[in-house]
Design a protein around this ligand. Structure first.
Ligand code: FEO
Ligand code: CA
Ligand code: CA
Length: 743
């Protein structure tokens, strides 16, 4: 997504909004801002240029039939690859509107937005006339996970031939979903139904054909859509809370829909954990509604981005509440409209039912879906389980992706029993490990250590917060406010986290942060040891300049055990353009074969131990489309300390060992105007699946009649599907000689 465009509101991914006004973690008071590259200045001139450039929001344009009689053989231990890791030649940066893979590799498209997922569903015409998206692949593909199936259709974690691909549909590219683009408000019901159904999650069976190529099985009884209107149980410690009472659920135990599903994760017992990221903006809130709410609830609305005043309403992202009086549209207005005292006659509380981690059993298309409220309510990016240890609690790591938000950890109350990995009632195992436990938030210290601070109202800092928490269940609903009180460290937009399959160290991307500064004013947060960079990138003269941590970084940390309350950390890698200043910006010494900006997706493949890094960038997209890199990471502390001199104040950070040609290479570049996100592999490591989100999102509605004006025609231009409108889709990548991917 190219920040040079002026986005319409429909295309703004509000990832980078900053609603964190707490005073946490301003522990470096610095006087001068280092200045970035491509026409970059630094040192003494920094303050002058910074003063000329108003802070620019780094707008990210973004995104039945199960068999419960499962016999699961234990997963085969990974076999050390005999191939040379990163043996391929790095692909070059490119603006080509295609899949660019290394020589010797092949990329194929499957499961594009709109593809049928049930028998009898018409083929996708891709001209804006298609309907019935509740039985089609959704839009804006994001996180993806592989759930193996045996030849007889039972769960088989070792199968590399047949599987269920469970993937998120984060949001929509409205311009391509309707004949002439989206209509103005009030929105037509027909368009609204399409847009709600394009959200959520899809479970898709895929199987190898006679030629050994993975194909979607559109008629599979496993195929399932969970959309923005699917009934979902509210589980865990906040179930039944007064803030979950709606006209739809007068006892506060259920809700409808999962929204803005970004990254995801896979549990050790074979279920999907999907996440609700930028859900807040989907809801309208009327001007004057603040007068009908408690000060406490207004504070929570503010902290999650839904403030109103007597004269200013909060406008919804897509205007679904304007589509009519039917209950399915009225629910998108989270204002007091009824006369009840408890909210049982309206949707004033609907907004509180979103923002959770959501568990789905992909192997059972009729299974109940549950929101795990104990894991907190925030802008969930994804989840990663620490390596399970028999007899120890399970740890689940999670980021909250907005500017200056936090990193969290869930620790189960129950100790891990390896037999649970193969239980037939998988959602019951979820109840066991994900409904009872402790939630922690991270504080990163300057000395390379950190603390996990438990979010509990027995913590005096939380109990004594001005917000006035009254019970623990309520704390899970206003998680960010509790984390503020706990003194968590504000980070540069925590995105995907994953665990190294052998060292157990955690890697978490900090994608970028335009609200980080060495000379903070207003809501800006000061540079610190774990978020040490703030500079300006004038992008070869393409104004407006980008400021703050423009290119992002990847933090690495390690817990001694799952329930540890302290950790150690360093910065594995700093994103940068290869030609940028090595003293302030290109701290990891990236070159033309491996430079990147705005790391977002991150996943390890167990077969090879490779770490895959994906970008969702707006800073470097004048030079290259978003990409996927493969890396062989080292270990925490393998680098050095590095002091950044911002005038009279220094910030000392910890930089991982600089990558080499044998430890970091660009592997794939996606089509124009896309984000590359989500990654999973077959157990044999010979196939990876990645997602391409919103190619061509910058296409204007006025240009729909002329495909030559589309900013992307992918994937039709690589031979996939009807019509030329761009579509989000899954890409299957294999090595032509049959070896593992990434070798
Ligand atoms: Fe949906 Fe944080 O990316
Ligand atoms: Ca993301
Ligand atoms: Ca992102």
């Amino acid at each position: 997504m190219d920040n040079s465009r002026t986005p319409s509101t429909d295309f703004i991914d509000p990832d980078d909004l900053d609603t964190n006004t707490s005073n946490n973690a301003h522990f470096a008071q610095v006087l001068e801002q280092g200045i970035g590259r491509r026409g970059m200045l630094k040192g003494g001139l920094g303050g002058a240029l910074a003063a000329m450039i108003a802070p620019v929001a780094a707008v990210s344009l973004a995104g039945c039939g199960g068999d419960d009689d499962v016999v699961v053989s234990p997963p085969a231990p990974p076999v050390a690859p005999t191939e040379t890791l990163l043996g391929f030649a790095a692909v070059a940066r490119t603006l080509a509107d295609t899949n660019t893979v290394p020589v010797g590799y092949t990329a194929r498209v499957i499961l594009a937005c709109g593809d049928p997922m049930a028998g009898g569903v018409p083929a996708y015409k891709n001209d804006g006339t298609d309907t019935n998206y509740a039985q089609r692949v959704g839009d804006c593909h994001d996180g993806i996970q592989y759930f193996g199936l045996s030849a007889t259709g039972t769960r088989d974690d070792n199968s590399s031939n047949r599987a269920l691909l469970a993937m998120n549909h984060e949001y929509i590219t409205p311009v391509v979903l309707h004949v002439a683009g989206p209509s103005a408000r009030p929105r037509p019901a027909s368009e609204t139904d399409i847009e709600v159904d394009c959200h959520g999650v899809s479970i898709n069976e895929v199987a190898k054909d006679a030629a050994g190529l993975f194909q979607a099985v559109a008629t599979s009884s496993f195929n399932r859509r969970i959309t923005g209107s699917t009934e979902i149980q509210l589980s865990g410690p906040a179930r039944g809370n007064a803030l979950f009472v709606t006209k739809f659920s007068t006892d506060g135990t259920k809700t409808r829909g999962t929204l803005n599903n970004c990254g995801n994760g896979k549990t050790p017992w074979g279920t999907l954990l999907t996440t609700e990221e930028n859900w807040s903006g989907y809801y309208a809130r009327a001007a004057g509604d603040q007068a009908l709410r408690s000060a406490k609830l207004n504070a929570s609305f503010a902290r999650y981005g839904r403030s109103v005043t007597a004269t200013a309403a909060a406008s919804s992202r897509y205007g679904w509440e304007t589509a009519g009086s039917d209950d399915k549209y009225a629910r998108w207005n989270t204002s007091v409209t009824g006369t009840s005292t408890d909210g049982s006659d309206d949707y004033r509380h609907e907004w509180f039912c979103q923002g959770f981690m959501v568990e789905i059993d992909p192997y059972n298309a009729t299974s109940t879906v549950k929101k795990r409220t104990g894991m907190g309510r925030f802008a969930h990016e994804n989840s990663a389980f620490g390596l399970p240890q028999s007899g120890k609690p399970l740890a689940v790591y999670m980021g909250c992706d907005s500017q200056n938000e936090y990193v969290y950890k869930w620790v189960s109350a129950a100790s891990w029993n390896p037999a649970d990995a193969n239980a037939s009632d998988r959602m019951a195992i979820g109840d066991k490990y994900l409904d009872s436990g402790k939630l922690y938030v991270a504080k990163f210290n300057a000395d390379g250590t950190g603390q996990w601070i438990e979010l509990t109202i027995t913590n005096p800092a939380i109990a004594g917060a001005a917000f006035g928490f009254t019970d623990q269940a309520e704390m899970y609903i206003h998680t960010r406010i509790a984390a503020d009180a706990a003194g968590a460290t504000k980070m540069d937009r925590p995105e995907w986290v994953d665990v190294h399959p052998t060292t157990g160290e955690l890697y978490i991307t900090m994608t970028n942060n335009s609200n980080r500064s060495a000379t903070p004013t207003g809501t800006q947060t000061s540079v610190d040891a774990a978020n040490p960079r703030a500079y300006a990138d004038i992008r070869g003269g393409r104004l407006p300049a980008l400021v703050g941590n423009v290119n992002g970084h990847i933090v690495r940390f390690k817990d001694a055990n799952p329930e540890a309350t302290s950790f150690t950390w360093d910065v594995y890698l700093f994103g940068a353009e290869a030609s940028s200043d090595p003293t302030y910006i290109n701290l990891s010494g990236l070159n033309n074969d491996n430079d990147f900006s705005s790391p977002d997706g991150l996943a390890f493949t167990k077969s090879t131990g490779l770490c895959w890094i994906q970008t969702d960038d707006g800073a470097y997209v004048d030079v290259t489309n978003c990409m996927l890199l493969a890396s062989v990471p080292g270990t925490l502390g393998d680098g050095e300390t590095k002091t950044l001199n911002y005038g009279t104040v220094n910030v000392t950070t910890r930089v991982g060992k600089k990558p080499t040609a044998s430890t970091l290479k660009r592997f794939y570049v996606g089509p124009y105007d896309c984000e590359v996100t989500g990654l999973c592999e077959t157990p044999d490591g010979k196939t990876i699946f990645i997602n391409v989100q919103h190619p061509g999102e910058g296409t204007a509605a006025a240009d729909l009649a002329d495909p030559s004006k589309y900013t992307s025609q992918w994937p039709s231009n690589v031979g996939y599907g009807a019509g030329k409108r761009p579509r989000s889709a899954t890409v299957v990548i294999t090595k032509n000689n049959g070896q593992r991917v990434g070798t």
